[in-house]
Design a protein around this ligand. Structure first.
Ligand code: ADP
Length: 923
């Protein structure tokens, strides 16, 4: 590791040598004294993190007491602060790291309550585009000059406090950025208007910084500049604007420039069609002059591979944020080749020297894993379990303490290669750290990890029973307030909400993994009028969301449920956010005219992200989850719910007592008989769904008299890659792809309705087809990159070669494509009457094919409920004590579900079910 470039020294333009290329990123700690002085906790916090790391960039200090952008900010605003700041600089330098401090003013981002109820100031009297943002007072020209002086004085104080450098904070929409932004700066004097005028303020801050350095410091004082590369607002700073400013700053001289981003390889947030990381653009666009100035990357750097990615993509320095909070000795661990996970055990605050306010700051709070909360009692001892994945049998010893998971050993380790052992060790660490078997699997080794986890759940169940027996109790006598059936998004949300409202909850899941079909959700979560939309300046309305969903559902949607759905969607987005699940990225799906599909900022699929976040919340609260246990019946006495009957993996039957039941068992796409019963025409279709989507909740509730609605409304998708259930988007056909049989022939108008195309594929003797396209389609459809990265695509340089790879008669395939190309040219498909998506002839290699077949995708129909998620019987009467949410319910989506509405459905109604069931038991 020591050979890695990141651990080699780097000389800055001013001649100062940094001993390595790793920096601790500036992070808000909120741990200053109320008026901005340094606290003892802060000194300890920085001291603990200094040492091996090359440079520590201390959090930003405000230059003026009207400039603090968050509570507990530290100040550089008067000379009395120097003494405390000097202590921070000293402890960092003593341990051998360079100490740099950020200087900033929050400008219009300052909340009045932080500055004694006064109005904040800004370049113009324009409020920030966020809810309840105050309108700032425009700085007069004299005040602008005075402000520059304040920046200068702050730099002087940093110098006098003994810091090795300052970082000018031109990012995060604070004052310096506000001056450069055409959105916040609409002045008509020399500080506003043209781009050059707007650049004047940041440049003047740099000038005054240089003046101060000349006057008070040595020439080896470091001056860095941090910038946010883009703004979403219209108008707003675009990437080429940032490049323009950086070039100007570079001409004046800088020691480094620092991207402010959440991920080192983040692409544009404005041009979301372009996946190129901004750093790649930066490297390509910068002048020789700018290229001489080291560039710092930041964002989610946790392991060596992240450092490598940063350096490989052109960063000279890498700033590490949260990982330095979780691991004060982060750099030593990386040097020892440790693989780290971004979590902090709940009992570690003092040992890690994390100040209390920082501990409660959302950024850190979301990393905390509770190690003490698990309520289960175990009979201490070692339990041996046999578990399998598709290829191997694992013999695992699970050692349990009284209320914690102590250790795990792979007894037959000798039989396995390094990779399996490595996976085992990762999962073992995750399980022990979080004191729960419900942890994320290692990507690419899901089933293997599920087997390891299962050994632990089995051992826990056994030992829990033993503990109860030892205390003279009856292990089968389980009693809760609420049983939640199903651990998909709806069930988890319901359980968390009910727990938070004080109910004693258990989740029962029939599969051996948590997450259900929600794990597979891709697009995101639809919601209109959310804070994330507002932040991005997206104008949307609940009414439009309602209308478009209703149209998409062919007006078959239940109006009351749909109203509740659109009304409560923004709160559901906030609820997730409050629980550390931030869906701040936005996109759109078919049938929606506005960007209202919320997804992780990284653009990752929503399902895994959501489940992993919800499970962290389940673990944190110690909510019990019984896996491999099916609920078979709701038990009632005198028409009152008293519990559920469950059947465990070993065949044993027991009753779990409860006062209320929430059914969140998902849809029935994977139940062939049920699908065929309601839609005989779908016989033989495969499904994109997980195995557990069997509709058992519907059957259980029907037995209790529940009504159903829209049962024959089943959504199918014609182009599904069958081994992974990956949907191959309609946009590929829309972009010019065709469908080909194993005989090399076309057989359908590829862009006919989903059900028609699906039916024609099923009619083929082989029941599958190939979707075939060329480089031109790939160029225009980013989704293809995803398919390629998942190894779904067969590619070849010529049609002939592709035919061979697909075992298709090559002459036949060439003939088909030539014929189709003629149709494209004359804009008329003589064979199948295709009229759309005939963009260009398929003639530009490489050529690509994906084997596909239709898949049953979603069951819109299900149980009837009211807006309080109470299950209704066939006469629309309420069945007391029984609630249902998620895909098991019918009515929300009508005849067709819009992409992004399923996730919204499960969270909105999941939360509601948790609340209503709790209200019910509290009577
Ligand atoms: P939703 O999207 O509505 O939350 P999911 O399909 O994601 O639905 O999750 C439903 C979960 O319920 C799945 O994990 C499934 O295995 C589980 N499940 C279905 N039927 C039963 C049952 N009878 N007992 C326990 N769990 C069940």
């Amino acid at each position: 590791m020591k050979n890695n470039i990141a651990f080699k020294p780097l000389t800055l333009p001013n001649g100062v040598e940094l001993k390595n290329r790793i920096m601790m990123a500036p992070m808000t700690t909120c741990s200053g004294f109320y008026e901005g002085s340094v606290t003892h906790d802060l000194i300890e916090y920085y001291q603990a993190r200094a040492g091996e790391i090359g440079t520590i960039i201390v959090e930003c200090g405000f230059v003026d007491n009207k400039g603090l952008a968050f509570p507990g900010a530290i100040g550089l605003d008067n000379d009395e602060k120097i003494e405390g700041l000097a202590k921070i600089a000293q402890v960092i330098k003593e341990k051998g790291s360079k100490a740099v401090i950020q200087v900033y003013h929050g400008g219009r981002m300052v909340e009045p309550k932080l500055i004694g109820g006064q109005s904040p100031v800004g370049p113009s009297a324009i409020a920030a585009p966020r809810p309840n943002a105050p309108t700032p007072i425009e700085l007069t020209p004299e005040e602008v000059d005075a402000m520059l002086d304040k920046f200068g004085q702050a730099v002087r104080r940093a110098i006098q406090a003994g810091f090795d450098g300052v970082e000018i904070h031109g990012a995060n929409t604070y004052l310096i950025q506000q001056f450069y932004s055409p959105n916040s700066n609409q002045r008509t004097d020399k500080w506003g208007g043209s781009r050059d005028n707007r650049a004047r303020f940041p440049l003047a801050v740099l000038d005054i910084t240089h003046d101060m350095v000349k006057k008070y410091a040595n020439q080896d004082f470091i001056v860095g500049y941090r910038f946010s590369p883009e703004e979403l607002e219209v108008p707003g700073i675009r990437f080429d604007d940032s490049m323009y400013l950086l070039e100007k700053l570079a001409e004046k001289g800088l020691d480094y420039v620092h991207f402010s981003m959440g991920a080192i390889l983040r692409p544009s947030i404005v041009d979301t069609q372009d996946p190129t990381p901004l750093i790649n653009k930066y490297v390509a666009m910068r002048s020789d002059k700018l290229a001489k100035i080291p560039v710092v990357g930041v964002g989610n750097v946790i392991n060596q591979s992240d450092i490598d990615a940063a350096i490989d993509n052109g960063y000279d320095l890498v700033a590490v944020g949260r990982a330095c909070i979780a691991y004060p000795d982060w750099i030593n661990r990386i040097e020892k080749d440790e693989k780290l996970e971004l979590v902090i055990n709940s009992d570690q605050r003092e040992a890690l020297k994390i100040p209390e306010p920082l501990w409660h700051f959302s950024l850190v709070e979301s990393l905390i894993r509770d190690v003490n909360l698990n309520v289960k009692k175990f009979k201490p001892g070692s339990y041996q379990e046999k578990v399998n994945d598709e290829s191997y049998e694992f013999l695992i010893n699970v050692e349990l303490g009284k209320d914690f998971i102590k250790d795990m050993q792979l007894v037959n380790a000798k039989e396995f290669d390094y990779e399996v052992l490595d996976n085992f060790s990762v999962i073992k660490n995750r399980i022990i750290d979080s004191n729960s078997p419900h942890v994320d699997a290692v990507s690419g080794a899901t089933t293997q990890c599920e087997a390891f986890k299962k050994a632990v759940t089995k051992a826990m169940a056994k030992s829990n029973k033993a503990a109860i027996l030892a205390e003279g109790g009856d292990p089968n006598d389980k009693s809760y307030d609420i049983v939640v059936v199903g651990s998909g998004g709806a069930g988890l949300a319901a359980a968390i909400k009910a727990h938070d409202l004080g109910a004693n909850v258990i989740i029962v899941e029939k599969m051996s993994v948590i997450g259900g079909n929600t794990n597979k959700a891709s697009a995101g979560m639809n919601a209109a009028e959310t804070k994330f939309q507002k932040l991005k300046g997206i104008v949307d309305s609940k009414a439009l969301f309602y209308k478009e969903t209703m149209t998409g559902g062919k007006n078959k949607n239940n109006p009351e449920l749909l109203h509740y759905f659109v009304e409560n969607a923004p709160d559901a987005i906030n609820w997730l956010d409050d629980n550390g699940i931030e869906l701040s990225g936005l996109t759109t799906t078919g049938g929606m005219s506005v960007d209202r599909t919320h997804r992780p900022a990284s653009g990752a699929a929503v399902g895994g992200f959501l489940i992993s976040g919800l499970v962290k919340n389940i673990n944190k609260r110690g909510i019990e989850v019984m896996l491999d246990t099916s609920v078979t019946e709701i038990v009632t006495e005198n028409n009152k719910v008293v519990g559920v009957k469950v059947s465990e993996e070993d065949g044993s039957i027991q009753i779990i007592k409860a006062k209320a039941v929430i059914i969140a068992t998902g849809g029935f796409s994977a139940n062939k008989e049920m699908v065929e019963k309601y839609r005989p025409d779908l016989k033989g279709f495969v499904t994109t769904n997980h195995k557990g989507a069997t509709g058992s909740g519907i059957l259980i509730l029907e037995k209790l008299g529940a009504g159903t609605v829209d049962m024959s409304e089943i959504q199918i998708h014609p182009t599904v890659e069958q081994t992974t259930s990956y949907l191959i988007s309609e946009s590929i056909r829309g972009g010019g792809a065709i469908l080909i049989t194993q005989n090399g022939k076309r057989f359908v108008n590829e862009l006919d309705t989903r059900d028609k195309v699906s039916a024609d594929i099923i009619k083929l003797p082989e029941h599958y087809a190939y979707i075939l396209f060329d480089q031109q389609v790939r160029d225009e459809n980013k989704a293809v990159e995803e398919y390629l990265s998942h190894d779904l695509v067969i590619q070849a340089n010529t049609i002939n070669e592709l035919a061979q790879k697909l075992a298709i008669n090559s002459a036949e395939l060439i003939k088909t494509i030539e014929r189709y190309n003629q149709f494209v040219i004359k804009k008329q498909d003589d064979d199948f009457g295709r009229t759309t998506g005939m963009r260009h002839p398929i003639n530009k290699g490489p050529f690509y094919a994906i084997k596909i077949a239709p898949g049953i995708h979603h069951t819109m129909g299900g149980i009837t409920i009211n807006t309080q998620t109470q299950v209704l019987d066939t006469h629309k009467n309420i069945i007391q004590g029984v609630f249902a949410a998620g895909e098991v319910v019918g009515g929300v989506h009508g005849a067709n579900r819009i992409g992004g509405n399923a996730v919204a459905d499960i969270i909105i109604f999941g939360i509601q079910a948790g609340k209503q069931a709790t209200d019910y038991i509290n009577g």
